[in-house]
Ligand binder design. Structure first.
Ligand SMILES: Cc1ncc(COP(=O)(O)O)c(C=O)c1O
Length: 458
């Protein structure tokens, strides 16, 4: 391993130095990759020197998601403590399916699950949860539990009737994909209307459910989103819970983007009503800034998790109680240790440090929104208390400016659409950013438009 550790150090040092000078790397078009980088495999292998060169070139020419030039996705930045945890997880290579193979790493996951459950006000004697690789999968687990709760036989016999799921028209695409995976069917997902902020209308949800019942269908699942993918809106969980309870439906909160507000006393009001939910998910690799991926699923009653996911396998589960064999509640068999990186961060900074992370992101978002509001060349589309700063500049089509910024290696930022308007969507999720770095985004955008974009257009 010594050679590889030396190479790791060399390449990481080169990357960190280059990131400072070039927060965004020039993109390589797919048809040019093989002429620029040495990626083809050979019969005989290559020398160590050739290997290090090929690897370093690959690393230095790949997109940078951790720098102050990256605002493109719902993740960003690099937390050193969390990165350390993830590196060690790779070196150790535990599989989280059994206590025998992962030992104390099980408790690492459990302490965090217990803490989040306590903030959700779930009953400590009944609740549970685990980590999966991504919000799409924690949403899948929630929908699976809801399906099995409604029709106990579905996991044996399959789905034989029209079971209906409800989510807002602004929700993430994983809801419909998961409906297909679970045999519910994409056509059985109802997209509920939202208000002008992108928040689900509970009255429209009530009507849709009643309509399906009148037609003899079987509603089973309601998804509320804490941080919609484009606008960053928070559905009104309190009101949605009332409707879900009226019809006895499972209520899940997809908090992949912004469910981590539960970890801040200052922002947990955005998920008011959380104690009335059946399950709640949040991605540590989004708001907590850990490396990809780590998504928590918390459940009010862990029996539901076991009912849907437990499977006998005497070649695997040979020791310890189910409670400590996490494979009993996971979608996979072998599962990566995605808890350690969250724990190394959390253990270091404590609950207060975690709260500061969340609060700083909202501070940066407000700074960005205020900048846009106060500059007449901009139009603002986003609302208070969201991490998505949505705007247009000088009426330039958002798709065009995002593409030009990317091709020029100036900034990485994407666009989104809401109720027929398309805009630039700047995400303030990288809490490593300072006020200055957010304001720099706008300065860079403005100088790029004046010095390059408008000139090229004329
Ligand atoms: C609201 C929401 N839910 C779920 C997901 C999916 O999360 P993941 O990318 O971890 O699968 C996303 C991703 O951006 C999201 O915004």
């Amino acid at each position: 391993m010594k050679f590889e550790l030396d190479v790791f150090r060399q390449i990481t040092d080169a990357l960190l130095a280059d990131e400072k000078k070039n927060p965004v790397v020039p993109p390589i078009s797919p048809d040019q990759i093989l002429s620029i980088l040495d990626l083809e495999l050979s019969q005989q292998g290559i020398t160590d020197e050739e290997f290090v060169n090929a690897l370093q070139e690959l690393i230095l020419k790949s997109p940078r998601t951790t720098t102050s030039g990256f605002f493109n996705q719902l993740f960003g930045g690099r937390n050193a403590r969390a990165t350390l945890g993830d590196l060690l997880a790779v070196v150790m290579n535990n599989a989280m399916h059994t206590y025998k193979v992962s030992g104390p790493m099980v408790e690492v996951e459990k302490v965090m699950v217990r803490h989040i459950c306590s903030l959700l006000n779930y009953d400590a004697t009944a609740c549970g949860g685990t980590i999966a690789s991504g919000g799409s999968l924690t949403n899948l687990m929630a929908m699976l539990m809801a399906r099995d709760k409604k029709i106990k036989s579905a996991k044996f016999e399959g789905v034989t009737q029209k079971m209906i799921a409800y989510t807002s028209e602004e929700s993430h695409y994983s809801i419909s994909k998961n409906a297909a995976i679970l045999g519910i069917g994409r056509d059985q997902v109802r997209y509920i209307e939202t208000n002008d902020k992108g928040e689900m209308l509970a009255s429209a949800l009530d009507k849709a459910i009643q309509n399906d019942i009148d037609q003899g269908f079987n509603p089973f699942f309601v998804n509320a989103t804490a941080g919609t993918t484009v606008m960053g809106a928070f559905d009104p969980i309190d009101e949605i819970a009332e409707v879900s309870q009226k019809y006895n439906l499972w209520l899940h909160v997809d908090g992949a983007y912004c469910g981590s507000v539960i970890l801040s006393k200052n922002y947990s009001f955005l998920v008011k009503g959380h104690e009335k939910t059946d399950s709640f998910s949040l991605n540590a690799h989004k708001m907590l800034g850990t490396p990809l991926t780590s998504s928590f699923i918390l459940v009010k009653d862990k029996k539901d998790l076991y009912y849907s996911l437990d499977n006998d396998a005497n070649y695997l589960f040979q020791m310890n109680e189910d409670e400590y064999n996490l494979g009993k509640v996971s979608l996979q068999c072998g599962r990566r240790n995605d808890g350690l990186k969250v724990w190394t961060l959390w253990k270091s900074v404590g609950h207060e440090g975690i709260q500061q992370i969340v609060d700083h992101q909202f501070h940066l978002a407000k700074l960005g929104r205020d900048y846009v509001k106060n500059h007449p060349d901009y139009t603002l589309y986003s609302n208070e208390n969201t991490l998505s700063i949505c705007f247009n500049y000088k009426d330039i089509p958002a798709q065009d400016i995002c593409k030009a910024l990317y091709e020029d290696a100036a900034l990485m930022v994407g666009y989104g659409s809401f109720k027929g308007t398309t805009f630039v969507r700047l995400i303030s999720i990288n809490y490593g950013n300072s006020d200055e770095q957010i304001l720099n985004f706008f300065k860079k955008l403005e100088s790029f438009v004046e010095e390059k974009y408008l000139i090229e257009m004329t």
